[in-house]
Design a protein around this ligand. Structure first.
Ligand SMILES: CC(C)(COP(=O)(O)OP(=O)(O)OC[C@H]1O[C@@H](n2cnc3c(N)ncnc32)[C@H](O)[C@@H]1OP(=O)(O)O)[C@@H](O)C(=O)NCCC(=O)NCCS
Length: 332
């Protein structure tokens, strides 16, 4: 019997129309284009319309991926959505996307792993495909970060953007195989990046809203330090498991939080900058959607890419890496 595989059959992406530049931010908070550019590499980011939810963006990316896959949408057996900006606490954003796609009776659920969410979700989907439980799974990573951003806090509001990406992953169709992976979390770091209020720990009240505790809070330098170490270790772990050297990787797709983190990780891994995919300058940090939009960018621009190494970190902390490899490529 043939060993079952998990493959990327098609991808899609969506970015909202509204562009918010560093110059625009200069008129909103005490910051400068120069500060944002040198500290983060970000020049502009996309912002969703007020009445546009995470599932609205996710469903557009999903429809684009499904169209490219050539599959009829009724062939999708499950929907997994990576997001930390769900439409509502419940039901899951996956259920909203299911409804908007007009699908019924398939399992739909969200994965909360912050910026590592797309890697966690692709790996989860791959397990269902490899065991034969499902044949085709829609994986979406979508975020409306603007909804959880404090637009009065210059330390965080310059960093984030909105967007969505999707992939149809399939047991038997598609040329790019989901390969070795590494996933990790460090719950000791829950306090360095979070939204303090609005959950069961500190339910929303007039007081929490007044204190702006329903927005993202971050200790930037701590996150930075951990990000570089965990991303490097995750990528190295996958290379080791795969029997590959960094020279065997055609494209590194790192989470797009900050150009300085990306450069530090690339340097430690020893991969030249021309092999490192970037969209941080034009999209900012879209949390889980950064990797999904990035993967769609790579696969639509670099037709001959054979091996992509995805690596990410995010709140939790969570971290992980995933190798995508053209079918038939030998390791090493
Ligand atoms: C957020 C980050 C860019 C800040 O850069 P930094 O070099 O650490 O800057 P600091 O926080 O030390 O702040 C330095 C100074 O700039 C100021 N500053 C902060 N944000 C500013 C802004 N947008 N514009 C101008 N000045 C700003 C600070 O107030 C501080 O001023 P002070 O020295 O007078 O106190 C950086 O820490 C970072 O990228 N961290 C990782 C964040 C991340 O990736 N988060 C997402 C995880 S998925």
């Amino acid at each position: 019997m043939n060993k079952k595989t998990a493959r990327i059959l098609a991808t899609g992406a969506y970015l909202p129309d509204k562009v918010l530049t560093n110059k625009d931010l200069e008129n909103m908070v005490d910051t400068s284009d120069d500060w944002i550019t040198t500290r983060t590499g970000i020049k502009e980011r996309r912002i969703a319309a007020e009445d546009q939810s995470t599932s609205d963006m996710g469903v557009i990316a999903a429809e684009r991926a499904i169209k490219k896959s050539g599959l009829d949408k009724t062939n999708i057996d499950a929907i997994i959505v990576a997001t930390i900006t769900p439409d509502m606490f419940f039901p899951s954003t996956a259920c909203f996307i299911q409804r908007k796609l007009g699908l019924t009776h398939i399992p739909c659920f969200d994965i909360s792993a912050a910026c590592t969410g797309y890697i966690f979700s692709l790996v989860t989907a791959a397990q269902f495909l490899k065991t034969g439980a499902f044949k085709n799974i829609l994986v979406v990573a979508a975020e409306k970060m603007s909804a959880i951003t404090d637009w009065e806090d210059r330390a965080t509001c310059v960093l984030f953007g909105d967007g969505a990406g999707a992939a149809v992953v399939s047991e038997e169709k598609g040329s790019m195989e989901i390969g070795q992976f590494f996933l990790g979390s460090d719950g000791r770091c829950t306090d360095i990046l979070n939204i303090p209020a609005g959950g069961s720990f500190c339910p929303a009240s007039e007081e929490t809203v007044k204190k702006r505790l329903h927005f993202t809070k971050m200790t930037g330098q701590d996150v930075f330090k951990h990000a570089v170490r965990y991303m490097t270790e995750s990528a190295e772990n996958v290379l080791k498991k795969s029997g590959l050297k960094i020279e065997d990787i055609d494209c590194l797709l790192p989470h797009q939080a900050n150009i300085r983190i990306i450069t530090a990780v690339a340097k430690r891994l020893g991969i030249p900058e021309e092999k490192v995919y970037l969209n941080v300058h034009e999209c900012g940090n879209m949390s889980a959607a950064s990797s999904s939009v990035g993967l769609d960018g790579i696969l639509s621009q670099q037709k001959d890419v054979k091996r992509i190494l995805m690596v990410a970190f995010g709140a939790g902390l969570t971290y992980g890496a995933l190798l995508l490899q053209k079918l038939g490529e030998k390791n090493g």
